[in-house]
Design a protein around this ligand. Structure first.
Ligand code: KIV
Ligand code: NA
Length: 269
């Protein structure tokens, strides 16, 4: 199977209609990427790895080095999905030039296909600057976790008319600037639908609507690795329980000296 391309993803939406929804999950490691890759169209090396992998309180402290290293692992572990890498907070907001340098660093280190950045109309100039210079960009509007200190939390966006209008115009500005797709996160459903209808590029929903052109989730959330997850997460499995039970069984067997057994020990010929 040949690796999908950014233009192929963009072309899924034809005259406002996406017949086959785009499937996206986060991946941070090579093995995780291997397992998810056959089922996905895109893998996102999200800066959510700050919380999920590193135990940080938010995505704010995530560095370019962290993103580059995990992105390289995910590209090595996948052969089919388009790999998109999050630009970490602080690496791209100051200027289009700063953003280009950060994005080029990420793509050179990893061979990923595209970057994602948060923000609306204020980032449109940067999106155009990158796309014109060979770097595909995915946008991200609505609940943008890097702006947690401005937003004041992780609650759903678009509940007031003014906020709703701004989310739609932000998405339009990103799409007009050349973004190939836009993540729409944590918005009330009518806004997710309005954005999806307003822009010609695909929308990827998370806490948004099944009417979006695709969906993304944090894989560890989907797998049930965490007790506390946002309302929009569906926990498809109980991985946390599985890991705890397995560790408990191992600990018991070590303590009663039943592991290693005959199958796991070497004997002289
Ligand atoms: O960092 C991340 O995982 C993301 C997705 C949740 C969209 O940005
Ligand atoms: Na992110």
């Amino acid at each position: 199977m040949k690796r999908l391309t950014v233009p192929a993803i963009r072309a899924r939406k034809v005259e406002g209609v996406t017949a086959e929804p785009i499937v996206m999950l986060t991946a941070y490691t090579a093995r995780q990427a291997q397992l998810l890759d056959p089922h996905c169209d895109m893998l996102l090396v999200g800066d959510s790895l700050g919380q999920v992998i590193y135990g940080l309180p938010s995505t704010i402290p995530v560095t370019l080095d962290m993103m580059a290293n995990h992105a390289a692992a995910v590209v090595r572990g996948s052969y089919h999905s388009v790999v998109v890498v999050d630009m970490p907070f602080g690496a791209y907001e100051a200027s289009p030039e700063a953003a280009f340098e950060a994005a080029a660093t990420l793509l050179k280190a990893s061979n990923a296909a595209a970057v994602k950045l948060e923000g609306g109309a204020a980032m449109a100039e940067t999106v155009a600057f990158l796309v014109q210079r060979g770097i595909p960009v995915m946008g991200h509007v609505g609940l943008t976790p890097q702006a947690v200190n401005v937003l004041g939390g992780y609650g759903a966006r678009g509940r007031s008319d003014a906020e709703a209008d701004k989310i739609v115009s932000d998405a339009k500005a990103l799409c007009d600037a050349g973004a190939f797709a836009i993540v729409v996160e944590g918005v009330v459903e009518p806004i997710a639908i309005a954005v999806t209808e307003a822009v010609s590029c695909p929308t990827i929903g998370i806490g948004a609507s099944a009417q979006c052109d695709g969906q993304v989730l944090v894989t560890e959330d989907m797998l049930g690795m965490f007790e506390r997850v946002p309302r929009f997460v569906k926990r498809y499995e109980d991985m946390a329980g599985l890991i705890s039970r397995t560790a408990e069984t191992y600990a018991t067997e070590v303590r009663e000296r039943s592991f290693p057994g005959p199958d796991q020990t070497y004997q002289p010929k």
